[in-house]
Design a protein around this ligand. Sequence first.
Ligand code: DC
Length: 234
Amino acid sequence: MSERTGCMVAIDGPAGAGKSTVARAVARRAGCTYIDTGAMYRAVAYRALLDGLQVGSDDRAIGELAGTLTFEFRDSDGGDHLFVDGEDVEGPIRTPEIGNLSSSVSTIPAVREHLVAAQRRMAETRSVVMEGRDIGTVVFPDALLKVFLTASAEERARRRYEQLIAGGEDVSFERVLANQRERDERDSSRAIAPLRRAEDAVEVNSDGMSVEQVIDRVVELLERRLEERDEQGA
Ligand code: DC
């Protein structure tokens, strides 16, 4: 299966639904490359912040900036890290501040155009499991399997809160929940490529499921799709 190219699995869903953990594990099991597109929007936000650019007044410059950056996912420190123009940005892009800013930056049409093009190029020479908000609807509408991964707002905020605390961040649960609500609202209501389930996506609600159960469910769905494809002689 890994000799094929294109998007094998598109995993979309709101913040904190567990997309990264699930997508990474599914990619490993399927022998595909895992691509975290949220990291790319975060990286543009991070670089814009370093350059002193502000969403609203400097959208044009932020769009241009997105077009000049080179993105590469590499194994580093036992995980997949995003390198932007050769710099490992994994640490700085994971803060709540950059999370928020990336949601605003992702509303800029030129930023989306550049990043979508970069994401499509990444699947030209290999098969990928890609996660984000618009993978099944915009980036790869022909993905072999589309999964819309959700969980209740409280459950998602609780998971993110625990992740942040484990990473040494000083945050309150209420702040994480409020922050997430704001981001969900912006990501779902923006004019271009808003977060929504593709019509042909399978919805998986992970409330009450362990991570392993969710991974097994997605792998099972993928195996079924691969069988169907092979039966059709594709
Ligand atoms: O998945 P994440 O939380 O790391 O994503 C950060 C932000 O990037 C998210 O709030 C919305 C945006 N994003 C997007 O607009 N489209 C994607 N495919 C992925 C992320």
